[in-house]
Design a protein around this ligand. Structure first.
Ligand code: NAD
Length: 392
């Protein structure tokens, strides 16, 4: 066994009804909160009003920033950071999916650092991306999707508008202090978004399991998450009111979060970020879904034992097969799952233009290089273009 470390300092509050603890958890961290969310979904579901009421009851003043958008931008975080500073906020709450939570995390940095948030996302004349300091405001995340695990990770993903690069602010100071994972909040997520978010959980799990930097705890969490997704995602998509399926997907999101926060993602995320940076209308999970089968076909020769285990976790019959033979069944398992959740997509279905494939590969090799480097077997530009072509 290689020596390893495992770190995750987030206070996890999980299970049905835990949303009700929001006020008391926030009140321990600050008295003036910025609540970050999107324009519609949280209001429509009634979660925004309930959050505001709980904060008032706990004696917390609240500034609402309801401008979070899918695939958030650096400009939005800078704007929110200015407002948080002007209104003396001392704690930031993210309420929503990954986009709202990441916007909240980025605002907690922007409010307390003089540099534009872009400098924390990509390298520039100042050198490598900056790392948020301990001045970062405390963050509380309430996740309303089972998808990104942002509530448990030291990452905040955003696109730099000027350069069209989508990367993560990364550092221990953006771990949320508290993560509330109440699966009842996910019951209002429509089927297509449920599917895309679930595929994000799956990709985090696969990419941390099949990762040159993986370690025993991450592998254990990842494998459990994969089997939960295989069993419960089709049910959550078919019937959003299936409480058991929603709870198990929330658990899968938690397991994947512990794995992701300790070894990060690999080639799929390294390619998807440039895709949704260039095509911001592409939901993150759908971009991943479009490449998953080609990934399943590319990886067996690079990590046969891991792919064999993946096939088994996805429910493929691998009894009596060698690792090489079983690994060959992983792509079929992935395809079957994508079909069950109605997300068998190709990049062209998402509006990605064929001529942009070389740029996507080049961007992945540039600012997403760390994810490329952690993929087993060396990946060349030609390998990336072949994966994109096979997904097109
Ligand atoms: P999202 O936050 O963009 O939400 C998708 C849509 O679902 C939005 O319209 C939102 O309003 C709606 N929605 C959310 N919760 C709902 C609910 N309970 N009921 C009804 N509608 C609801 O989607 P996402 O997949 O959760 O987040 C994607 C973003 O997270 C991407 O930018 C991605 O790159 C990023 N991400 C971050 C991390 C991390 O560690 N920080 C990890 C993976 C992905």
């Amino acid at each position: 066994m290689q020596p390893f470390t495992f770190y995750n300092p987030v206070e996890l509050v999980a299970g049905p009804g835990t949303f009700e603890q929001l006020g008391e958890k926030v009140a321990k961290l600050g008295c003036q909160a910025m609540l970050v969310t999107g324009r519609n979904a949280m209001r429509k579901a009634g979660y925004l009003d309930r959050a505001l009421q709980m904060l008032t009851d706990a004696g917390v003043q609240c500034v609402l920033f309801d401008k979070a958008i899918p695939n958030p931008t650096d400009e939005l975080a800078d704007e929110g950071g200015r407002l948080a500073r002007e209104t003396n906020c001392n704690v930031v709450i993210g309420l929503g999916g990954g986009s709202a939570m990441d916007t909240a995390k980025a605002i907690a940095v922007a409010a307390t650092h003089s540099q534009p948030i872009a400098e924390f996302l990509v390298s520039g004349p100042y050198g490598q991306p900056r790392i948020p300091s301990a001045a970062t405001l405390p963050i509380v995340c309430v996740t309303t999707t089972a998808g990104t695990s942002s509530q448990l990770t030291p990452f905040a993903v955003a696109t730099v508008t000027a350069t069209r690069q989508k990367n993560a602010i990364a550092g221990r100071n953006i771990y949320p202090r508290v993560a509330i994972c109440d699966p009842t909040l996910t019951m209002s997520v429509p089927p297509r978004i449920t599917a895309a978010c679930g595929i994000d959980v799956l990709c985090h799990s696969i990419e941390t399991f099949i990762n040159t930097m993986t370690q025993p705890l991450a592998e254990a969490f990842a494998q459990r998450a994969i089997s939960l997704v295989a069993e419960y995602l089709p049910r959550a998509v078919a019937d959003g009111q299936d409480a058991e399926a929603r709870q198990m997907m929330s658990l899968a999101d938690i397991f994947a979060g512990y794995a992701l926060s300790n070894c990060g993602a690999t080639v799929l995320h390294a390619l998807e970020h440039p895709i949704s940076a260039l095509y911001p209308h592409v939901p993150h999970g759908e971009g991943l879904a479009a490449m998953l089968i080609a990934y399943g076909r590319m990886m067996p020769s690079r990590a046969p034992a891991k792919l064999a285990r993946l096939a088994e976790l996805l429910g493929e019959d691998v009894s009596g097969l060698s690792d090489e033979q079983a690994a060959g069944k992983a792509a079929a398992g992935l395809q079957a799952l994508l079909e069950q959740v109605n997300l068998r997509l190709r990049l062209r279905d998402l509006g990605v233009e064929h001529e942009s494939l070389p740029r996507i590969a080049d961007d992945a090799l540039d600012y997403m290089q760390r994810g490329i480097a952690k993929t087993p077997g060396k990946l060349t530009r030609d390998d990336l273009i072949a994966l994109l072509e096979a997904s097109y």
